[in-house]
Structure formats: C-alpha cells, structure tokens
Design a protein around this ligand. Sequence first.
Ligand code: GUN
Ligand code: ZN
Length: 438
Amino acid sequence: MSTAPHNVQAYRASLLHFHADPAFTSDAAHWHEDGLLLVEDGKVKAAGDYAALAASLDPALAIHDYRGKVIMPGFIDTHLHFPQTDMIASPAPGLLPWLETYTFPTERQFSDPEHAREVAEFFLDQLLRCGTTTAMVYCTVHRESVDAFFEASQARNLRMAAGKILMDRHCPDFLCDTAEGGVRDSEALIRKWHNKGRNMYAITPRFAPTSTEAQLRLTGELAAAYPDTFIQTHVSENPDECAWVKTLYPKARSYLDVYDSFGLMRPRAVYGHCIWLDKEDFARMAESGAAAAICPTSNLFLGSGLFDFEQADAARVSLSLATDVGAGTSFSMLQTMNEAYKVARLKGSYLPAVRMFYLATLGAARSMQLEGTIGSFVPGAEADFIVLDPQSTPLLARRTEKCTNLEELLFALALLGDDRAIAATYACGRQVHQRQGS
Ligand code: GUN
Ligand code: ZN
C-alpha cells in the first residue's frame, strides 16, 4: 500500500499564469482549462494539464477539487498605505487637502503600537479576502507601525514589502522626522526586518515635498548601502503637487529628476502614480530599472489624472497595478483592473484583460525583481495562489456562462468581480482565507 507524502498537495482547476507580457508577446499566458497545480513544501512543484500530470500522482494523494474555478498566482498590489485603512472613502477636493484633512491626523494614531497592530491585522485580512498575497506597503513615520506590520505579516507567513515613511518638512510636528533620525530609524528597521522570513524592507520617502534635500541625500545613500532593499515613493500624481515641487526644487529638470539626482532610481524602486511624466522621464524610468505603480481608483477618486499606457509602453517601462488605499477606493485588484481599463479607454488606449491579470501578477513580480519567487507557477516559485470563482454572484455566473474564450472570462471577472470572487487564498501552500460558504 502506498502512502501519499503529506507535504505534497494537488489542486485541480483551470490554471492561469504568465511567462511574458501579453502586450509584447503573443501566447504570453499559460492556460490549462482542466489543470493541476502540485505544491510541495510550500513551493510549486508542477503546473499543467490534469491529463498530463495525473498519471504521475501517488494514487493515495487526495486532490483538492476546484473544478469550475480558476487558480492563478496571488495578486501583487505594488502601492498602498496600511495606516489609511480606516479613512478609505474620505471626501476632499484633491490630494493636498485630502492629506491635510484626513491623512495626517489618521497617521498620527500609529505611534500607539496596539492601534498599529489592530489595524495591521484587519488590513492583512482585507488583502487576503481580496486575493492579494504580496503588497508594497507604506507604514507611518513611527517605527512602531513598521514593527506592528511586519510582526502581523510574519505570523501569517506572507511575502510583504513595507517601510517607515520619511518626512522632515511640510507636515504637522507630530509626524515630523529629522533627516538624520529618519534615516537612522530606517537603517535599524532594515537590519531588523529585511529578508527576515518573507519580509522585505522598502525605503519610503513619502514624496519630494515632505523631504528636505538633506533627507533625500541621506535616503539615497541608504539605498546605495542596501541595494537589495526596495524604494517606494510618490511622483507626479497631481498638478498642484507637481507645481509645488517645481517651486521647492527649481533646479531639477522634472519632478522625477529630483529623485534621480539623489540616487533614488534603480531596480527595486517603485514609483506610485507617474501620471504627469514626460517622454524623457519615461525613458529614464526604463533605463534605470525603476518601475511604475499605476493607481487608477485613487487617481479617479482624487481627480489626479489618467495614466498614459501608450507612452509608458513605448518606453518599455516596467508596469504594475496598485490600489493606493486609502486614496484608492477598493482593496480589490479586480476592481482596480476595472478602473484601469476605463482610464486606458479615456486616454485612447486599450487594455486587454489578459494584460491586466499579467500586470497584477508576473508584471508586478518583475517590477519588484521577484520573478521566479512569486507571480507565476514556475517550478520552485512560492505557492501563493488564489481560487477565483466565476460564479460568485448571480450576475457573474450569468455573464461568464456565455463567455467563449479566455479574454471574455477574464474581462468579466475584472469588470464585475471583487472580494466575493475570491473563493480561497493560499500563502506558501497554506490556506489563509476561505470565503464563507465555499
Ligand atoms: N502623496 C504623498 N502622500 C500621499 C498619500 O498618502 N497618498 C497619495 N495618494 N498620495 C500621496
Ligand atoms: Zn500612495
């Protein structure tokens, strides 16, 4: 009698993952209508057609039967703010008043470790119920907020990048660092958390207006000293903000050039928004290996502007999608795709659903230099995956029943789906969310 090795799990469903960007490569998707995902010790062992793989299975191995559903890599959200969870959907006429009225007072509360812990737990629950297994997360200026976040993500064994905001001017006193103090705290947090378990540190200057030149200089030096850390910040989000940066940094060629001049453009640097960049900026993004995090729900909510996919693609900038909660209006990457699609239309571009699912998985992994680790089902990748349910609502069931190809199915999921479409979420092969009733 054979016994199944207990560290192997098998999942039968339709399988979707990518090996290339559908914008530039035909047949960029791997699609197995009747597929099998094999996971061993939390890593992908194989992904392919059920018929091809089933014969090699130990007959004693029980197969998780998700037929009728789609298994794909967990979503990767490359820009959002965990301390802004409780202020999502706060009304304000634009970015700068929104920051003053809601954001800074909300972030003040994160000097309290217990508050930070409680919000971090809710935030991670919310990501997992939306199918997001990796995120690039802004904490607040308080070290306690970073400790709380990484402790919570480590307890769930999630692959997360996060960092302490650096901010030493144009903010309330209660959130104001010094240039040296902020960088010293960041270095201590890097040593404490970077590459500890699945945690990764992101050096996080909030944006150019809230940092002095001295702070950006020291931040660039820190980023050079720790080249495998991430860098995250905001750039060219909103016209008023761009005008302000011009007055603060008159010698810079552009807003992006402010960061560039301090050594903050390199691989693993992820720039949020990138709406008002010019051709030279996009070229510099591509050349430096920095990546853009596109935040459509936030950009529409604050009236910031419309991302230019055509220019970004012409320059071959590395792209990903992001919610930017709490300016973003949903934690769901499906709802983020819904709005990204409409932003592209308003700019005269067309964003196929296969491209959007690529951007939310392998595209983001590439932006973070984590291809092979997350974002696809290549053998050896960490088994972070989700089970999408095309029948999760009566409307989705009715619509997807009539879909005749993969693009139509993914498009319906993106336009009509939300957290209800995520039947289950797995991190390193362990179930970390199961939708009620599934
Ligand atoms: N620019 C500087 N800080 C923020 C923030 O918290 N949210 C957004 N959307 N933009 C910013
Ligand atoms: Zn943001």
